[in-house]
Design a protein around this ligand. Structure first.
Ligand code: MN
Length: 129
């Protein structure tokens, strides 16, 4: 089974927390600090899932999601947006951009890994990731 997750995130503290939580549960985490690096990493490492910060410098998370879903090889990879709790419009916009789900920041260490793993399950009638 592919145990690799790509985290596209500009904030170093968030990258540290996400890597810590996922690695403690047997996941390998590849991090990218911006959208273009994230797209390159997605193609290079073939992650089981992509965690995508929305507020990125330059190319924002919506643009990254659209680029991922426009790429035939990358489109099947589940993309979970990391959105700010305070920004409800971000969530609808993330889904509209092609994200398969979202997790609100700040990250809750108690539930984060289970929530991420829940997004690996194929939706009813969907294609296994
Ligand atoms: Mn950010």
């Amino acid at each position: 089974m592919n145990r690799r997750i790509l985290h596209i995130e500009d904030n170093e503290n968030n990258r540290y927390l996400v890597a810590f939580l996922l690695q403690a549960n047997g996941w390998e985490v590849v991090a990218a600090p911006d959208g273009p690096a994230g797209l390159a990493a997605a193609a290079a490492v073939g992650p089981a899932l992509i965690l995508l910060d929305i507020q990125l410098p330059g190319m924002d998370g919506y643009a990254v999601a659209r680029a991922l879903k426009a790429d035939r090889a990358l489109a099947p990879i589940p993309v979970v947006a990391l959105t700010s709790y305070a920004m409800a419009p971000d969530r609808a916009a993330a889904l509209a951009a092609g994200c398969d789900g979202y997790i609100e920041k700040p990250i809750d260490p108690e539930t984060f890994v289970a929530t991420v793993e829940g997004h690996l399950r194929p939706a009813a009638g969907g294609v296994p990731a």
